[in-house]
Design a protein around this ligand. Structure first.
Ligand SMILES: Cc1cc2nc3c(=O)[nH]c(=O)nc-3n(C[C@H](O)[C@H](O)[C@H](O)COP(=O)(O)OP(=O)(O)OC[C@H]3O[C@@H](n4cnc5c(N)ncnc54)[C@H](O)[C@@H]3O)c2cc1C
Length: 456
């Protein structure tokens, strides 16, 4: 490590104990299983480059001194993606925050830019990102690409990996003489959702969407089944502008304390972003479903109660809760939702994000439940899958077992070519043998939970 540090020269770095603790953690505490498996693993140094040239120097020094390396954006990943399992260095990317170009309906920015800063800049000239995670204020572009998959806007544009949502990536390899690669077309998905094991992303190029005036909206319903049906009807009403369709069974709305005046006790709620231009058409749809609009205002923060934020609000109120993540089937989507709610609704409080996914409309389900152990999670996984929902296992940090990415030979070959010494984020890809001591105990047990994953 000392030889490595000497080579860093003027690159900002720290070995302060608090910084090491804070910058080695993410939101994996959403899962009690993963928290236990990760323990208190920490990096030995935090590096804060300000330019791509400094990133290249770090990559070369890591390769030369065989120092493990974990890239970090905002640290909001909740699958343990940014937790260093083998010590070494964390490279904090937030210093690379420049917009590289901004032409018409395409923008290119450095990977460390906070997504909200990029989006705010774009909206000033009538454009916006096609989608962003609910963590957009903290999350970085590179972190969203490395660890995220979808978000607000996905109801229109699909998930990040769908063709056309990510145009190009610039990636620095971890070699004694690092290379800068430009990935385009399908190759962007070699690095997307790869938990930062495939090189350091320094720039990303994205297509844009028109920026409408979005209204933060809440509609309440007596019955969750009706709310879900409304969610699907709104999602498939192509003429109505929307950016977010998020439906919650009671008691989930009960955890959204600041929204309490708009969320009557016992009611199911739809949290939405609706385009002001089509408000009347939207209201007609609400009326036909006997819903009641309790909020409809031009602001931009309702998304911070949806997607991963739903779990965060619930866990803040009750740390005994955890969640699972599933995708409902293409055929009989609403039937599958109704059946799981009917059978398991008392134990697993359902929350839905309507989305385009792999070319069709469906909903992601993120039920919250009080954690009672492996047996319970196994039973819940099986019960959801028996009703046609496919589970992505959010209680493991092993990339293959998460079920949101296929690690085929091309992926593994690419990993070995950009990181021949297997230094990037060791321990996240099973079978590579890159973690001293190997993978064991709770990690293996969590990886074996019966989740079939999301087929693409
Ligand atoms: C409350 C909450 C809500 C969330 N909502 C959503 C959501 O709506 N949609 C969604 O998809 N996810 C969501 N997530 C997960 C997470 O916020 C997103 O994945 C987010 O975009 C991660 O960005 P980040 O900058 O914080 O990444 P980090 O957590 O810092 O990193 C994520 C992964 O990417 C890698 N990485 C980071 N930067 C680079 C780089 N420059 N090059 C290579 N690899 C890199 C890291 O090593 C790590 O493996 C949520 C999480 C929380 C806690």
């Amino acid at each position: 490590m000392e030889g490595f540090l000497k080579e860093l020269g003027s690159i900002i770095h720290t070995r302060d104990a608090t910084a090491l603790r804070v910058k080695s953690a993410d939101f994996s505490w959403f899962s009690p299983i993963m928290s236990a498996a990760l323990g208190n693993r920490q990096a030995e140094v935090i590096l804060s480059p300000k330019s791509e040239e400094e990133v290249v120097r770090i990559a070369a020094a890591c390769a030369k001194h065989r120092v493990p390396l974990v890239a970090r954006g905002g640290g909001t990943g909740n699958f343990g993606q940014a937790v260093p399992l083998a010590g070494g260095a964390v490279i904090e990317m937030t210093g690379l925050d420049r917009i590289v170009f901004d032409k018409g309906n395409v923008t290119r920015a450095q990977a460390g830019i906070r997504i909200a800063n990029l989006d705010t800049h774009l909206r000033k000239s009538g454009r916006e990102l096609r989608m962003h995670p609910s963590t957009k204020k903290l999350a970085t572009l590179g972190g969203f690409i490395g660890g995220g998959h979808a978000g607000i806007g996905t109801v229109n544009w699909g998930i990040l990996r769908d063709r056309g949502n990510l145009l190009g990536l610039r990636v620095i390899t971890i070699e004694e003489t690092p290379r800068a690669l430009e990935l385009r077309g399908d190759d962007v998905n070699l690095v997307h959702h790869a938990y930062g094991v495939n090189g350091i992303v320094t720039e990303a190029e994205l297509p844009l969407a028109p920026a409408y005036e979005w209204l933060d909206t809440i509609v309440v319903f007596d019955d969750f089944g009706r709310a879900a049906e409304f969610g699907m009807a709104l999602t498939t009403s192509d003429g109505i502008l929307k950016k977010l369709v998020s439906v919650h069974a009671w008691p989930v709305p009960h955890y959204f304390v600041p929204l309490k005046p708009y969320l009557p006790m016992g009611k199911a709620a739809a949290l939405l972003m609706i385009g002001a231009e089509t408000r009347e058409a939207f209201e007609a749809l609400v009326k036909s479903f006997q819903g009641k609009v309790t909020l409809c205002v031009p602001q931009d923060n309702i998304y911070e109660y949806t997607w991963g934020h739903t779990t965060m609000h619930a866990l803040r109120a009750d740390r005994s809760l955890t969640h699972l993540v599933c995708i409902f089937p293409k055929v009989d989507t609403l039937g599958s939702i109704r059946r799981v709610h009917q059978k398991l609704g008392e134990e697993a409080f359902l929350h839905l994000e309507f989305k385009r996914f792999n070319g069709y409309m469906t909903a992601e389900g993120v039920p919250l439940f009080r954690y009672q152990g492996f047996e319970q999670i196994t039973r819940l996984y099986r019960a959801f899958e028996a009703e046609g929902a496919r589970i992505a296992n959010v209680h493991t940090f092993l990339l293959q077992n998460g079920g949101m990415k296929d690690l085929d030979d091309k992926q593994i070959g690419f990993k070995r070519s950009v990181d021949p010494h297997l230094l990037m984020n060791p321990g996240k890809v099973a079978g590579l043998d890159d973690l001293p001591g190997g993978i064991s105990g709770a990690t293996l047990e969590a990886a074996q939970l019966p989740a079939s994953g999301w087929a693409y």
